[in-house]
Ligand binder design. Structure first.
Ligand code: ATP
Length: 454
C-alpha cells in the first residue's frame, strides 16, 4: 500500500487533504490524473447502470435532506459503531475490529493499557442550518446516497412514467464520521458512492436479487479486473442490517487483505414503508396494468464506493516489471543493467485510463515537434491526450507507463518521409507502424478489442 500511496501522490492521482497544514484525517484530494480516473470510473458505471438499461434512470439529489429522512431510515437510532479508547496511549478503536480477548480483558492491542467501556457512536455528521444553533436547526450530511432516491421515487414514477420493475441510479458524496480511517482512501469521512436502487414487486425480489448479483459480478469482469481477487461474502444473521432480507458483499483482495468493495442488498419494503410512516404520504405503487393493484415495492440495492473502486482499480492495475531484451523488440526501451530495466506500470483498462494517448516526438528539432503537436490537435477531440518532448524516449515511455497510458504515438524521421508513426502498446510494449491518417480509427479499434494480458 505504501508504494501505491507514494505513486498516487508523485504522479498527481491523490494528495492528502490540506497537506500544508499537516493534513486532514479522513479526507483526500484528487489531482489532475486522479480526477480524470475518478470521472472515468463514474462514467463507466453510469453507462453500465443507466444507458445500457431501458428502465433505469438517473438522479442527483441534494446532500442536505430533511432531518426526518434520517429518523425514518433508522440512521439516527442505528447508524452507530461501537467505540473504545485506550486510557494510556489515547488510541481509539472500533470494538468490532479488535480481538475479543482484548475487549474482554479491557487491554489495549497497541500498548497494553486499560481500555474504556464500549460506547455507541453515531457516524452521521451533524450540523446546523440557518443562524440559530438550536435543536430545530439540526441537519445531517447524508451518510449514504440511497435515501435521496427513495424520497424521489414517486416523483420519478410520475415524471417519467416508470413501471415496475425499474431502477434509479445516483453518484454522489456521502459523509461518515469514521472512527478509524487508515489504508489510504479505503475508508474516509468524505467519499463518493455509486448506488442503484431497483424497485420490484414483492415476491419477485429473490429473482431480481440473484440477477443483480450476476450483473455486478460481470461488470468487474468487463473492466478487466483480476477475477481471482474478487469474491462474494454473504452476510450472516449477526451482520445483516436491520432492513435487509439478504445481503452479499463483493470483496476485493486489497494489499491489507479481503475487504468490501460493493454491497448488493435485498432491502425489502422497509425503506418505502418507513418513509410512508414518517411522511404520512402514500408511497404505494399502483399497477395500472394489473387492475390497479397496490403495493409497497421491494428494493434491491447495488451500492459501490466510487473512491473505493478507484483504490481497487489502482491496486489491481499496479505492477512492477523487469524489462527483458525480447520485450524490447528492437526499441530503445530499457538497457541491461540500468535502472531502466524495471518499469512501474498501471494496466488500466483504456476506457478508464486518465490519458488515452501520449504523443511523443523523437526529437524536438527538424520539424518533428510540429508534426507531433499537429497529431495531438487532431486526436484531442476524441481522446484524452498528453504531449511530452523532454528526455530520452525510453524514459518518456516509463512516465506514461506509470500514468497508465495505454497508447503512445512516436513521431520520428520516417514520419516525415512516409506519413507513418509508431504506435506503442503499454502492456506488451510492442510497437507497430501506422499511417497517420488511420491513427484515430486504429486506436478506437484497439480500445474496443482490449483484453488485459497480465
Ligand atoms: P464498511 O463495513 O466497510 O463500513 P458498509 O457496509 O457500512 O461498509 P455500505 O453502507 O454498504 O458500507 O456502503 C456501500 C459502499 O460504500 C461500500 O461497499 C463501500 O464501497 C462504500 N463506503 C462505505 N463507507 C465508506 C467509507 N467510509 N469510505 C469509502 N467508501 C465507503
Amino acid at each position: 500500500m505504501e508504494k501505491i500511496t507514494s505513486l498516487a501522490k508523485r504522479r498527481g492521482f491523490v494528495y492528502q487533504s490540506s497537506e500544508i497544514y499537516g493534513g486532514q484525517n479522513g479526507a483526500w484530494d484528487y489531482g489532475p490524473l486522479g480526477v480524470e480516473l475518478k470521472n472515468r470510473i463514474a462514467g463507466a458505471w453510469w453507462k453500465e447502470m443507466t444507458r445500457l438499461h431501458d428502465n433505469i434512470v438517473g438522479l442527483d439529489a441534494a446532500i442536505l435532506m430533511h432531518p426526518r429522512t434520517w429518523e425514518a431510515s433508522g440512521h439516527v437510532e442505528n447508524f452507530t459503531d461501537p467505540l473504545v479508547d485506550c486510557k494510556k496511549c489515547k488510541s481509539r478503536f472500533r470494538a468490532d475490529q479488535i480481538p475479543q480477548e482484548n475487549l474482554t480483558a479491557k487491554k489495549c492491542p497497541d500498548c497494553g493499557g486499560e481500555l474504556t467501556d464500549t460506547r455507541k457512536f453515531n457516524l452521521m455528521f451533524k450540523t446546523h442550518i440557518g443562524p440559530a444553533e438550536d435543536t430545530a436547526s439540526i441537519i445531517y450530511l447524508r451518510p449514504e446516497t440511497a435515501q435521496g432516491i427513495y424520497v424521489n421515487y414517486k416523483n420519478i414514477i410520475q415524471s417519467n412514467r416508470m413501471k415496475i420493475p425499474f431502477g434509479i441510479a445516483q453518484i454522489g458524496k456521502a459523509f461518515r464520521n469514521e472512527i478509524v480511517t487508515k489504508n489510504f482512501i479505503f475508508r474516509t469521512c468524505e467519499f463518493e458512492q455509486m448506488e442503484m436502487q431497483y424497485f420490484v414487486k414483492p415476491g419477485t425480489d429473490e429473482e431480481w436479487f440473484a440477477e443483480w448479483r450476476k450483473q455486478r459480478w460481470a461488470y468487474y469482469e468487463k473492466l478487466g479486473i483480476k477475477m481471482d481477487h474478487l469474491r462474494w461474502h454473504q452476510h450472516g444473521p449477526d451482520e445483516l442490517a436491520h432492513y435487509a432480507k439478504d445481503a452479499y458483499d463483493i470483496e476485493y483482495l486489497f494489499p491489507m487483505g479481503w475487504r468490501e468493495l460493493e454491497g448488493v442488498h435485498n432491502r425489502t419494503d422497509y425503506d418505502l414503508g418507513r418513509h410512508t410512516q414518517f411522511s404520512g404520504k402514500d408511497l404505494q405503487y399502483i399497477d395500472q396494468d394489473n387492475n390497479n393493484e397496490r403495493y409497497i415495492p421491494y428494493i434491491i440495492e447495488t451500492s459501490a464506493g466510487l473512491t473505493r473502486n478507484l483504490l481497487m482499480i489502482f491496486c489491481d492495475a499496479y505492477d512492477e516489471e523487469q524489462i527483458t531484451p525480447d520485450k524490447n523488440s528492437g526499441s530503445s526501451e530499457g538497457a541491461a543493467g540500468s535502472a531502466d530495466d524495471w518499469r512501474t506500470v498501471l494496466h488500466f483498462h483504456p476506457d478508464l485510463a486518465p490519458i488515452t494517448v501520449a504523443i511523443l516526438p523523437l526529437m524536438k528539432k527538424d520539424g518533428l515537434a510540429e508534426i507531433a503537436q499537429d497529431i495531438r490537435a487532431e486526436l484531442k477531440e476524441d481522446y484524452a491526450t498528453d504531449y511530452d518532448q523532454s528526455g530520452a524516449i525510453g524514459r518518456r515511455y516509463r512516465r506514461q507507463d506509470e500514468a497508465g497510458t495505454p497508447f503512445c504515438v512516436t513521431v520520428d524521421y520516417q514520419s516525415k518521409e512516409d506519413k507513418t508513426v509508431t504506435l506503442r502498446f503499454r502492456d506488451s510494449m510492442e510497437q507497430v507502424r501506422v499511417p497517420r491518417a488511420e491513427l484515430s480509427a486504429r486506436i478506437r479499434s484497439e480500445i474496443k478489442a482490449y483484453k488485459r494480458i497480465k
